[in-house]
Design a protein around this ligand. Structure first.
Ligand code: GDP
Length: 429
């Protein structure tokens, strides 16, 4: 392996954390290139259970250095709490985590605005962690960056201007009381003391690593279908979740980002609002939700559940240039008599295999299913393809065939060891 991108090919929660943890066993550097505390990567190592919002999942592998790239947005309070938690559980973070000076800071008003705005008919179901408003400030060039914390005067001036603007907006639109800019400045400069030792030229570190032949794993935070450009707008996140975001978010040439591993769950889930053609009716969805523990790692919200949507994942794989699929949570489908995969949509009286470019059309799409037999065996201890039940192999073949990408890695349980390779090298413990 030289470098590799791990990206979700659904609406998030595909099990990227587990796949990154497995592949990080053979990586020198693990790099987050987009997103913020809205991500919730759950990783299980033996009996230990970790939920990582900002720190790359590679931190659980002692030989790995982790990078939070400039394409990310950082809530310092959340990041420091996560670092403290990791350290209290025996993981050294100091000297192993580099946070880009270019990453933007999530300010308190970003979170308030996120929650206040996401109401009513146009609700998109955000995590309320301030991600969208923070990215909006970045693009408006009114944001405050992690590196600004190095210069308290500059930081103070930028933050005061930002808070004053938000006070005006939030008071006019929602009748909110103003925040005291001095309090925000003081609080963030207090965080700065503990954050700055981790801050550096993260992008240069990544380029150096690539230049010297080190193995770099780029970690996507959200699924491709939530990408701000390629996703089901407006029900998307505020950044480039696909491999397109790697170059800008980690400061590396697009030609050097490497193979793409697309992560798909063996069925589909979605959190928040937005079209979801293969969504199951409540009773059947509840069955999958309970079995698959489909509750948000960041918000605890129940996830909407449905059948695997090959139309959506084929599109996501095409946009991402996926070289391999990692199929997760195959074990959760055990016991289903019949399995279904959407292979086309019926849209406005026509059948199509194209994924519509807008959410309005996708709302009208009805799935056309291919049916396959299920299996009843427990597969959670299976670590070689030959020992998978025949129906399981047929289901994987169908996913491969319909998405058009080889399913090289299969996950049959939350732990590292519950993985099997069908071609790609799997990281060693
Ligand atoms: P991510 O944000 O894409 O990393 O996904 P989440 O962490 O939100 O959700 C994945 C959940 O499924 C986590 O709780 C994982 O521990 C768990 N998980 C991952 N792979 C498997 C698997 O193959 N089988 C089972 N049963 N659970 C898995």
């Amino acid at each position: 392996m030289s470098s590799r991108v791990v990206v979700g090919l659904q609406w998030g929660d595909e099990g990227k954390g587990k796949v990154i943890d497995v592949l990080a066993g053979e990586a020198d550097l693990v790099v987050r290139y987009q997103g913020g505390g809205n991500a919730g990567h759950t990783v299980q190592v033996g009996h230990e259970h970790y939920v990582l919002h900002l720190v790359p999942a590679g931190i659980l592998r002692p030989g790995t250095t982790c990078v939070i790239g400039g394409g990310c947005v950082v809530d310092p309070e959340l990041l420091l709490a996560e670092i403290a938690q990791l350290e209290s559980r025996g993981h050294r973070v100091q000297g192993r985590l580099v946070v880009s000076a270019r990453a933007h800071l999530v300010l308190p008003a970003h979170k308030r605005w996120d929650v206040l705005r996401d109401k009513g008919a146009n609700r998109i179901g955000t995590t309320g962690r301030g991600i969208g408003p923070c990215y909006a400030d970045k693009v408006a060039r009114t944001g405050v960056r992690v590196g600004d914390l190095r210069d308290p005067d500059l930081f103070g001036n930028l933050t005061r201007a930002n808070v004053a603007e938000k006070n005006t907006i939030l008071s006019a639109l929602y009748g909110e009381p103003p925040s005291d800019p001095e309090e925000v400045v003081k609080r963030y400069l207090y965080f700065a003391e503990r954050l700055l030792p981790h801050v550096g030229d993260a992008e240069a570190r990544v380029r150096e690593a690539l230049g010297s032949g080190k193995r770099v794993l780029f970690e996507g935070a959200q699924g491709l279908l939530l990408d701000v450009d390629a996703g089901t707008y407006p029900f998307v996140t505020g950044s480039s979740a696909g491999p397109g975001g790697v170059a800008t978010g980690a400061g590396v040439p697009p030609s050097q980002t490497g193979d793409v591993v697309g992560v798909v769950k063996a069925y589909a889930t979605r959190v928040g609002e937005g079209p979801f053609p293969t969504e199951l009716p409540p009773e059947e969805a509840a069955r999958l939700r309970e079995r698959g523990a489909e509750f948000g790692a960041t918000t605890g919200r129940p996830r909407r559940c449905g059948w695997f949507d090959a139309v959506a994942s084929r599109y996501a794989a095409a946009v991402s240039g996926a070289d391999h699929l990692a199929v997760t949570k195959l074990d959760i489908l055990g016991g289903e008599k019949k399995l279904r995969l959407a292979v086309a949509y019926k849209l406005d009286g026509r059948e199509t295999t194209e994924f519509p470019g807008d959410a309005v059309a996708l709302h009208r799409a009805e799935p056309v299913y291919r049916e396959l037999p299920g299996w009843t065996e427990d597969i959670t201890d299976v670590t070689s393809e030959a020992r998978l039940p025949e129906a399981c192999r047929r289901y994987l073949d169908a996913i491969e065939e319909e998405v058009g990408v080889p399913a090289s890695l299969v996950s049959v349980g939350p732990e590292r060891r519950q993985s099997l390779a069908r071609g790609v090298e799997v990281g060693r413990e």
